[in-house]
Design a protein around this ligand. Structure first.
Ligand SMILES: O=C(O)CCC(=O)C(=O)O
Length: 304
């Protein structure tokens, strides 16, 4: 019997290694730094399908002059950067693409990155929201330093944003920039002089810029980001687009405490594990966020 037992133990070990999306080193690095870059997070077919739908949306945007379409709460789904034209389309945001595209819905439900999310904050994981952020060549839109949690308080902080790269992301085309370890630091106020600007104060942003690391990689890469991590990204000064599909997930026992700014018919869908109905809380204090009146938070950040 002894040899059979040792074979069984060895098999179990092999099985669990094969099932884990991340090594222990990667798990530790995520909790230490607050982010993790995973290459090959999408299959070639998934990447192709996401880009094919995005190309259609870009083409459709050339017929429009202002934000258009409609999300569940009646706000525009497609957001255009000022200066958008048929010759130089500047579609910068698609809200809840999973509601209108089976390709985006499929990736939201199935990817190596979601397996990694389940390993980090699972086993029970819910979909929270999704969007596409695009910076077409020469796009002036920047993303100012912020922490996602300050837009979406939950009973605990086990929320992860997965940023899938639909293009090669380089230092030139406005990569995501993150401040390692900042998820373990303070929650910074995103209200200034009575206005929710969706960004941190100037001195915090200046300091963050000196500590930031760019997240670059080939199309198909994903960056997993803790909901409290300070991050930003610069305008795209290059001739190549930089488009991200961003899907956010939460532990199933992390309960939303404010209205959803990216409403979706799939909000709350259990994508890994099961529904337990339990609520887990961690202590924190912050001001309530404000939902943008227009198509996206780019308008809120533009006034700061
Ligand atoms: O598009 C980017 O570079 C960052 C996106 C982001 O931080 C956001 O939309 O909250």
């Amino acid at each position: 019997m002894a040899p059979a037992t040792s074979i069984a133990i060895a098999d179990t070990k092999l099985y669990s290694l094969a099932m884990d999306a991340l090594s222990q080193e990667q798990v530790d690095a995520y909790w230490e730094n607050g982010f993790l870059v995973l290459t090959d997070a999408l299959t070639a077919d998934q990447l192709h399908a996401l880009n094919a739908d995005f190309d259609i949306w870009i083409e459709e945007s050339t017929n429009e002059v202002a934000a258009y379409g409609q999300t569940l709460d009646g706000r525009p789904r497609f957001d255009l950067e000022p200066g958008h034209s048929a010759e130089h389309p500047a579609l910068r945001r698609v809200t809840s693409p999973v509601d209108i595209s089976s390709a985006y819905l499929e990736v939201m439900r199935n990817s190596r990155a979601l397996d990694a999310v389940a390993q980090l904050i699972g086993p029970n994981v819910e979909f929270n929201n999704s969007k596409v952020n695009s910076k077409q060549p020469g796009a002036a839109t920047e993303v100012k330093y912020h922490q996602d949690f300050l837009f979406q308080p939950h009973s605990n902080e086990d929320l992860i944003a997965v940023l899938f790269f639909l293009d090669d992301v380089t230092l030139e085309n406005g990569p995501l920039e993150v401040v390692p370890g900042s998820h373990r630091g303070p929650m910074y106020d995103h209200w200034h002089k009575g206005v929710f600007t969706g960004t941190v104060a100037d001195d915090i942003a200046k300091d963050a810029a000196t500590k930031s690391l760019p997240c670059t990689g080939p199309a198909g890469t994903a960056c997993l980001m803790h909901t409290r991590l300070l991050h930003a990204s610069a305008p795209n000064r290059s001739t190549r687009p930089r488009t991200l599909f961003i899907a956010e997930y939460r532990a199933e026992d992390s309960i939303s405490l404010s209205p959803q700014s990216l409403p979706s018919i799939y909000d709350g869908e259990v994508v890994r594990g099961e529904r337990t109905g339990r609520i887990r809380t961690t202590p924190f204090e912050m001001f309530e966020p404000e939902i943008p009146k227009g198509a996206s938070f780019f308008e809120q950040q533009a006034v700061s």
